[in-house]
Ligand binder design. Structure first.
Ligand SMILES: [Cu+2]
Length: 257
């Protein structure tokens, strides 16, 4: 069952999202105050300086300090938004990377027009990959001779994670610039060919469900098709799925064909 996103902000199922949501709502309230304030001032000026009242234009500067004080308040609030909210929220997401040992690691390889989600399999170690090994069967160019990669598998547009677990992703692209976006997790990262980007999130407890991920960068004709499921599930359900996917990938089926 897909989560109900409602008409307001999508639900926030991440442990870090409160900082981003706080910034978004502070900015919107600030803009609402400015909009109403300037609207009132504008209406007042239209009436107060109508042609019937002031037939001749005056070029003298106002004498009051009111406008200066208002500007200072606006600047101080903007400084607070930057130093008090944006930078700490950014720092939490971009600098406080989780420990690699304790995180569930996934690689995401973007291509026109799908997300290849590469899981390391039960051994937790990714097999080596090479661009020249990529073909229509081997979507991520996994090296068949590397034992670490023998239990690896790829799920297209399916990101499964155990609920409450910290997930560390490595993002890369096979072709053009994409942008990996999971709105409910408040994460979005450009994926640029030739580079690997780390990204992480931790889901809150009891946030099981199927959510959307999408490409947030217009990447070609079928950009709109580039979306998939983020399945947040209990450890037991996740283990079941993981075991199923690992079995599926042991090559027996290919021999039958
Ligand atoms: Cu894309």
């Amino acid at each position: 069952m897909a989560a109900d996103y409602g008409w307001w902000m999508p639900p926030d199922i991440s442990t870090h999202g409160h900082g981003i949501d706080g910034l978004i709502s502070a900015l919107h309230w600030f803009m609402a105050v400015l909009f109403v304030g300037w609207g009132i001032f504008f209406t007042y000026c239209l009436v107060r300086f109508r042609v019937g009242r002031t037939p001749r234009a005056t070029y003298e500067l106002p004498k009051g300090k009111m406008s200066k004080y208002a500007e200072v308040v606006v600047v101080l609030f903007e400084v607070f938004l930057l130093l008090g909210m944006s930078i700490p929220a950014w720092d939490e997401i971009k600098n406080d990377m989780p420990d690699e040992e304790n995180a569930f690691k996934v690689r995401v390889v973007a291509e026109q027009y799908a997300w290849n989600i590469h899981y390391p399999g039960p051994d937790g170690v990714f097999g080596t990959t090479a661009p020249e090994l990529i073909d229509s069967e081997n979507l991520i160019g996994l090296d068949p001779d590397d034992p670490d990669g023998s239990d690896d598998f790829v799920a297209i547009n399916q990101l499964h994670v155990p609920v409450g677990e910290t997930v560390l992703l490595q993002l890369s692209s096979k072709d053009v610039i994409h942008s990996f976006w999971i709105p409910v997790l408040r994460v979005k990262q450009d994926v640029i060919p030739g580079m690997v980007f780390p990204m992480w999130f931790t889901t809150k407890p009891d946030t099981n469900g199927t959510y959307q991920m999408a490409c947030a960068q217009l990447c070609g004709n079928n950009h709109y098709k580039m979306y998939g499921d983020v399945v947040v599930e209990t450890q037991e359900k996740f283990d079941e799925w993981y075991a199923y996917m690992t079995e599926d990938d042991d090559g027996e089926e290919e021999e039958d064909e």
